[in-house]
Write a protein of this length. Structure first.
Length: 645
């Protein structure tokens, strides 16, 4: 049944499920042949588990975190970044982390000189941490994300272990949480393809809940203050998820004041009231200090605050929204049902736990479940606004932890023996669901059985329509949209698929060659003074600027959506509104940079004859450039244009 279910879910990529079916069939046959021996073995295992003492439990508590690390850790980070280069051309990486991160490190002020779409703190924190690993690069940024991912899940494991006190339930909950957030069927090809969809989005929440749990247990005011500081940092880090966390923390503080039992327990003295009131200025101070570190005096300008809210306003006005019924159109019924169930579970949990506490059925520590549910309901706005099937699970971790809480309540009331049996059964199902999920089997951790997990056709199958994932955004472009020659004067675009690489190292070698822009960096270095800004209109403009050690010129960076530099096509700009376009032209007109650097294929002659669909903004931008600049010097992929008017 499991193999059949997975064959349906992975209908377009059934190779893993097909192999799993034959593995299960073989195991079933062996189970019949050796039925007696297996029965004896399972009975011994059953008795052993039911007789575990505290020593074995402590060993289990030590081994399971190591298992989590081994599941999440990726030994070949460079191979993963190379795969994203070939699959997505770093579009999501550049817009969320790399471009604002490089802008900050090179001296630009975010949301003043260069836009930061996903909050101020996220790219700054990632950029600073990457320096500790050897410098700001795509590989080191991925390593930072992996490290943050590991720390986050370990933190939740230790929090759940201290709170629920049932190692079997906690292990089941953690495996389920990892499965639905990182390895659900709709993430492809790997969890880190979209940095904004990882736990990097809301990494601080576990520490707030840990401090909340500490306060519920001890009543010490230090937990209130520390949690308020973290909430302030989270506001700076990423505005939307930070607001969700602040709202949850504010609800907790109000609950302390409103519920009589909590008020008597935690606010019995004037000093306790003063400590509670101090939380608000502490939160504001933490956010202000972070802003001062990042922005300096710009934090007091109207321009900064207007720019900071700009991208949020696009979404509030409907930009990028996806209707809920889109999941029906796309036949993503499971994610739709999960998305409908989540808010109901959150709301029911909050109301039931609060009611049970008021009727003295639950202890004070169990109130933590209500606030996790409240936070999950706040995060759920992301799915309601952008009802993509993947977003169901991107914000679904509170759902896993709430279900974990209810499982612990169930087994606690069923008695030790029955409760343990149910816990073990749920643990087995969670482990099976994770270990037999195609995206987990494909994940290049230390347990991956393939010797080339990043290009293995059995591990990474084709897209739904049978095409290779590599260069899938461009493999079906019509010939009418292609120029006779590329920027190098060649016809070969070097569009490669997984089958063109003998192994992962072969792919990484290709990546090193095609992602080396040192020759164009020398062109920029010769014409733009150190510390200056370089107006680059090109795919991979961020990497080119990093190689040249120059700051981005354009406020809306990256300016275009990247594609491989050898392609014989134009690009689509990342200017999403007319306001973006006019501001970019105004920036060129007001600052009048002496040189502009564009891909050689964007020559005036090509722009006059190209038949390019959905390229009106790019065409208009190039018309302005060619009207005010003339060719000055060729690089490798790029050419420098010098201003003439």
């Amino acid at each position: 049944m499991s193999a059949t279910f997975k064959t349906i879910v992975y209908a377009s990529r059934p190779q893993l499920a097909t192999q799993l079916f034959w593995v299960i069939a073989a195991l079933s046959l062996l189970a019949k042949i050796f039925f007696t021996e297996l029965s004896v073995l399972f009975q011994k295992v059953y008795r052993f588990v039911h007789s575990l003492n505290s020593t074995y439990t402590r060993w289990l508590e030590l081994i399971f975190p190591i298992l989590i690390v081994s599941i999440l850790y990726v030994p070949d980070a460079k191979g993963v970044t190379a795969r994203d280069f070939l699959g997505e051309q770093y579009h999501h990486w550049d817009s969320s982390v790399m471009t604002p991160g490089w802008a900050f490190l090179s001296g630009s002020v975010l949301n003043v000189d260069v836009i930061s779409q996903y909050g101020l703190g996220l790219p700054i924190l990632v950029a600073e941490l990457s320096k500790l690993l050897g410098g700001f690069s795509y590989v080191h940024v991925l390593q930072v994300i992996i490290l943050v991912n590991i720390i986050y899940y370990l933190a939740w494991y230790f929090l759940l272990r201290a709170w629920l006190k049932n190692i079997w339930v906690v292990m089941a909950g953690m495996l389920f949480a990892i499965k639905i957030e990182m390895f659900h069927a709709l993430v492809y090809p790997i969890a880190f393809t979209y940095p904004s969809g990882t736990v990097l989005r809301y990494v601080f929440d576990v520490f707030v809940f840990a401090l909340m749990f500490g306060h519920l247990r001890t009543g010490k005011n230090i937990y209130l203050w520390l949690s308020s500081i973290i909430c302030g940092i989270s506001l700076f880090y990423m505005t939307t998820t930070g607001l969700c966390l602040v709202l949850t923390w504010g609800t907790y503080l109000v609950t302390l004041m409103v519920l009589p039992d909590l008020r008597r327990k935690f606010l019995s003295t004037i000093a306790n009231w003063a400590a509670l009131i101090a939380c608000l200025p502490l939160m504001a101070a933490a956010a202000a200090i972070c802003l001062w570190f990042a922005q300096g005096q710009h934090m007091f300008t109207v321009q900064f605050w207007h720019n900071t809210q700009e991208f949020n306003n696009y979404f509030l006005s409907g930009f990028g929204t996806i209707p809920l019924q889109q999941n029906i159109t796309d036949h993503n019924y499971l994610s739709l049902l999960t998305g409908l169930a989540m808010p109901l579970v959150y709301l029911a949990t909050f109301l039931v736990v609060m009611s049970f506490y008021l009727y003295r059925i639950y202890s004070i520590e169990q109130l933590l479940a209500a606030f996790i549910a409240f936070y999950g309901l706040a995060l759920f706005h992301y799915f309601m606004g952008r009802s993509m099937s993947t977003n169901t699970y991107d914000v679904g971790l509170p759902y896993a932890f709430v279900l974990c809480f209810w499982l612990s309540q169930l087994v606690q009331h069923l008695g030790k023996k029955i409760g343990l049996n149910i816990s073990l059964a749920v643990l087995a199902v969670s482990a099976w669901a994770l270990l037999t999920t195609g995206n987990y089997v494909a994940y290049p951790n230390v347990w991956n059985l393939s010797h080339k997990p990043l290009v293995d056709p059995v591990v990474f199958g084709p897209l739904d329509d049978g095409r290779s994932y590599f260069n899938h955004l461009f493999s079906q472009l019509p010939l009418s949209s292609r120029m006779p020659l590329n920027s190098l004067g060649e016809t070969d675009e070097k569009l490669r698929s997984e089958k063109d690489f003998a192994d992962d190292q072969d792919m990484e070698k290709y990546y090193d060659e095609e992602f080396d822009f040192s020759r164009d960096a020398k062109l920029i270095d010769a014409l733009v003074p150190p510390g200056g800004t370089a107006p680059v209109i090109s795919s991979f403009e961020t990497k080119i600027l990093m190689d040249a050690n120059r700051r981005p010129f354009f406020y809306y960076s990256p300016l275009v959506i990247s594609r491989l530099m050898r392609m014989r096509t134009m690009v689509v700009t990342a200017l999403y509104t007319q306001g973006h376009f006019y501001r970019t032209i105004a920036q060129l007109e007001e600052e009048k940079p002496e040189y502009v650097f564009i891909e050689r294929i964007f020559s005036k002659e090509n722009m006059n004859i190209v038949n390019y669909q959905d390229g009106s903004a790019f065409r208009a931008l190039m018309q302005y450039v060619h009207a005010h600049y003339e060719k000055y010097q060729d690089g490798y992929f790029l050419m420098a244009l010098k201003r003439i008017s």
